[in-house]
Design a protein around this ligand. Structure first.
Ligand SMILES: Cc1cc2nc3c(=O)[nH]c(=O)nc-3n(C[C@H](O)[C@H](O)[C@H](O)COP(=O)(O)OP(=O)(O)OC[C@H]3O[C@@H](n4cnc5c(N)ncnc54)[C@H](O)[C@@H]3O)c2cc1C
Length: 515
């Protein structure tokens, strides 16, 4: 018993919500443990549309509170991770078979006013004959509205929250599944499995942030008959070659009035999504795009594009599962996207807080609300994340361009494009990645594109990268850029480097025996 680590807070699930709560709690001085059964962000948090936005369509559901809160968060997140989150201009063409111009205009004016003192451009009406955004659209589309929102590398945002939590003392175990947990009179006893190893941790409070598996987990933690609270809705995206040279995104209304985004992606691509298909829990473990979803997305964009796309243009796809709080809506689209936090702590037992729903955009606020709900059990503490930056987000005056210029001055043997990519992914932590690099040779073997052994080792050492998928699809999007014949070598080097891995050590003050 004596060597079983004891924490204030244990969190199950390393998506954006689990990692966000871990960060906030660790920064308040609580001892925190987080386990994630796969990679950080390997659930819905790497399969989103990657927008930091208020959510225009929630205005039609009169969910002004959610839109206002999300728009406030947009400003805060733009400040806290300026390398990872960037402003993006959206163009919404008016289609005669959808909402009339005046309605879109009124909606966007409301969106502007809910944004308050935003740093992003306000909405405006544009002439598609004169604006570059019109160049790929059918000639009969002449009017559009534009507005500002933001784009995020969702999977990396999860890593940054986990890294910040870790640097503030949290213990983060990836590829570690919670298989059992029960209460004693005063705390939770949590059993985890990693490979063949079963471990135990104790915690005063427990958070279930298991996303699409939240109901399943509660049935394991509380009682097999514990009622389900979520509805599971799959959303898929398709990736096609880059369709336009400018950097604006499109918001396209489909025949059913749903909104489909078409976004510039990874320099060479365009991503199109998303769908909304209600699924059963059995299908939530391995979401996959269906044929009908592909056709639905192609039809949506082909209503607008002057050169239509076909199935042959699809290079890649990804799907994720929204785990939404069941508010009784008959239509999957209309179920609230707001988050709900439920505390289970009858008779002064150790509390279990379950996270339902939520968005990448509102994760920070959700974490604050979670800690408020847990304060009767863990003590009052002050929120602190609003004005804090995430690791690498402390850009110099002049922002990302100034960081790239600084990196270029220190590493003149590296290309501008390479340094720009590192600056975008790692922010000022690019200095850590390159700290003792004096020549191109010091970067080690090139593993494809400009991805080097040094970068791979950095991801293994500081960012919990364990498998090739962690690197190809979450720490980077190299999976889109590398040729299949380059993968075996990356796999080989990854195996060697993992064997020599030196994970950063927890800085926690408690006596923690290794798990
Ligand atoms: C298609 C789609 C598009 C979206 N677009 C946007 C958008 O543009 N903007 C936006 O703000 N939001 C968007 N969202 C919403 C957002 O992605 C989700 O709300 C958010 O990622 C949920 O995060 P989470 O941490 O709750 O869940 P998840 O990211 O799913 O994390 C839960 C984690 O728990 C782990 N887990 C489960 N069971 C266990 C266990 N027993 N032990 C250990 N670990 C376990 C899972 O492996 C998983 O990694 C979108 C969602 C989808 C699906």
């Amino acid at each position: 018993m004596a060597d079983i680590p004891f924490f204030d807070l244990a969190i199950i699930g390393g998506g954006i919500n689990g990692a966000g709560i871990a960060r906030d709690a660790a920064g308040r001085g609580l001892s925190v443990y987080l386990c994630e059964q796969g990679d950080l962000g390997s659930g819905a948090s790497s399969a989103s549309s990657k927008l930091i936005h208020g959510g225009l369509r929630y205005l039609e559901q009169y969910n002004f509170r959610l839109v206002r809160e999300a728009l406030q968060e947009r400003e805060i997140l733009l400040r806290s991770a300026p390398h990872l989150i960037s402003p993006l201009r959206f163009v919404m063409p008016c289609h005669r078979d959808n909402r009339p111009f005046w309605l879109l205009w009124a909606g966007l004016k409301l969106y502007d006013s809910l944004s308050g003192a935003s740093s992003l451009p306000r909405s405006q009406s544009i002439d598609l004959k004169a604006d570059i955004a019109g160049s790929i659209l059918k000639p009969e589309l002449t009017r559009a509205l534009s507005y500002g929102d933001a784009w995020v590398d969702d999977a990396r945002l999860v890593i940054l929250c986990a890294l910040d939590a870790h640097e503030r003392g949290a213990v983060i175990h990836t590829h570690t599944k919670c298989i059992k947990a029960g209460r004693t009179s005063r705390h939770w006893v949590i059993e985890t499995q990693s490979g063949g190893r079963i471990q135990q941790v104790h915690a005063r409070a427990l958070v279930n942030a298991a996303g699409a598996q939240a109901d399943e987990l509660n049935q394991l933690l509380l009682a097999p008959e514990h009622p389900r609270r979520t509805r599971l809705v799959q959303g898929s995206h398709i990736i096609v070659p880059r369709l336009f040279s400018h950097n604006s995104a499109y918001v396209l209304q489909h025949r059913d009035n749903r909104i489909i985004f078409m976004l510039p992606y990874e320099q060479d691509f365009t991503v199109i999504g998303t769908t909304d298909i209600e699924i059963t829990p059995e299908h939530a473990h391995m979401p996959r795009i269906g044929f009908d979803e592909k056709i639905y997305l192609l039809e949506a964009v082909n209503r607008y594009l002057n050169v239509p796309l076909s199935e042959r243009d699809i290079i890649s796809t990804y799907s994720g599962v929204r785990s939404l709080y069941d508010d009784g809506s008959s239509d999957a689209q209309k179920i609230t996207r707001d988050y709900v936090l439920e505390v289970n702590a009858q008779d002064n037992q150790a509390p279990l807080l379950t996270v339902f729903g939520g968005k990448i955009t509102t994760h920070r606020r959700l974490a604050e609300a979670a800690l408020k709900k847990l304060s009767p059990f863990l003590g009052e503490s002050s929120p602190w994340t609003e004005h804090a930056v995430l690791p690498g987000g402390d850009l110099p005056p002049g922002g990302l361009m100034a960081l790239v210029a600084d990196l270029r001055a220190r590493h003149p043997y590296m290309s501008h494009r390479h340094l720009q990519r590192l600056a975008r992914l790692y922010g000022t932590r690019a200095h850590v990645l390159l700290h003792d690099i004096k020549s191109a040779d010091d970067l080690g073997e090139n593993l494809g594109g400009d991805f080097t052994r040094r970068e791979l080792e950095y991801q293994i050492q500081f960012e919990w990268a364990r498998t090739i998928k962690d690197v190809l699809w979450r720490r980077t999007k190299l999976g889109l850029h590398l040729a299949p014949e380059q993968l075996p070598r990356l796999y080989e080097v990854m195996s060697q480097a993992s064997l020599q891995r030196r994970y950063i050590q927890p800085q926690i003050k408690l006596d923690l025996s290794p798990l």
